[in-house]
Design a protein around this ligand. Sequence first.
Ligand code: COA
Length: 437
Amino acid sequence: MYLQKYQSKIVSAHEAVKVVKSGDRVLLHANSCYPEILLNAMCNRYQELNDVEIAHLTIFQKPCYLKPEMQNHFRHNALFTSGHVRKAVNEGTVDFTPVFLSEIPLIIERGILPIDVVFLHVSSPDTHGFCSYSVSNEITKTAAENAKVVIAQINHKMPRVLGDNFIHVDKIDYIVECDPDLIEVPMVDPNSTEDEKKVFRKIGETIASLIKDGDTLQMGIGAIPDAVLSYLTEKNDLGIHTEMFSDGLIDLIDKGIITGDRKTLLPGKIVASFVIATKKTFDYINNNPIVEFRTTKFVNDPYIIARNDNMVSINSAIQVDFTGQACSDSMGHKIYSGFGGQVDFIRGASRSRNGKPIIAMPSTAKNHTISKIVDTLTPGSGVTTSKADIHYVVTEYGIADLYGKTLRERVKQLISIAHPNFREDLERKAREFKYLW
Ligand code: COA
């Protein structure tokens, strides 16, 4: 039935992107669904276009529109800053919008971030004409439902991921058929030194001691949340409710450690919004009924998260100050990443019955020369997780449990998990600030 319509919508990328006008805002499908063919076709038209805003979350390719000659034609709005745009954000040629991942769909729906054109990269339609948003739903489904024009790269290599994760061919205006391989992104950095691995191991073991059989987990972005997974092999019946996951999860499902049987919301389902992963995960989640992808409006809503009893969220930070304020998205004024889902999950886990929000990080950076536990956040740093939201902070030296604790108790605990080389200085500062006496 839908086939005739499907055929009638097929155009070349060059034809499809003619719909973009000067002044439009274009939102790109994120992560491994990066719509590179459409984007390149739009970049080829750069001399005809002015002031086109391109908005997106994480991307793993260097975008064509960052070339110097395109600067006055395209303006980029990073809703999360990843490696390829970090330099440009900090040079001021790219905009950055600080926002909770749970609320990006809201700002789109409320017309605060209206979308003119959305570029998708989706799976081939099923027998009923539904294409899957595949490995990246997050804000894209909301953007497609609210955009004036929907253009889709349709790729038979895109996994068909289940959940509230589909768009019907009827809702797509232009189709560009293609077959590039998916971009693969391993989460674990192959260049980690032995020393870093030792630190990750210690942190992984410590977090594992906070996780009980039957808990539901969220793993945030970064090396540590993923490293924790290898220390959970002795647990039973874990569940997953997380905005993202990567390859580490698959082994635990295969071993029967993650079953979701004791989840109090959507039992048996791995609830997520996107993956940052390799072919191993893409193949695993393809057509797999245990996987339930939804937008971050649902997955990251703290009230939805809290409906999972025993919710444990594991995120990382760049610095934590004496009072328990965590900066996770910048180094001073330099933007590093974004809010992502950190606060969504800290608040959700905090409200969950027996929930445990965890911030885990090495005690130092740059080969032990910088303490990540500090008396004061570097000027210009924003607070990501506030001192009222913080619960557990974990380093390779142990656990600080700050929730409901006085400043004096917090300082003592944080100094006890700081690197020994910095403890004396931190204690001196704490006395100077009258947190200790
Ligand atoms: N001072 C100076 N440099 C620091 C630092 C500090 N306090 N802390 C980290 N760095 C440096 C590291 O040395 C590293 O530098 P390199 O790339 O030159 O090696 C770089 O910053 C990244 O640090 P690293 O510890 O490797 O980061 P990560 O990949 O583990 O990610 C966060 C950690 C905090 C950046 C990441 O979790 C994040 O962006 N969080 C915010 C959003 C979030 O939590 N979302 C939830 C899921 S979407």
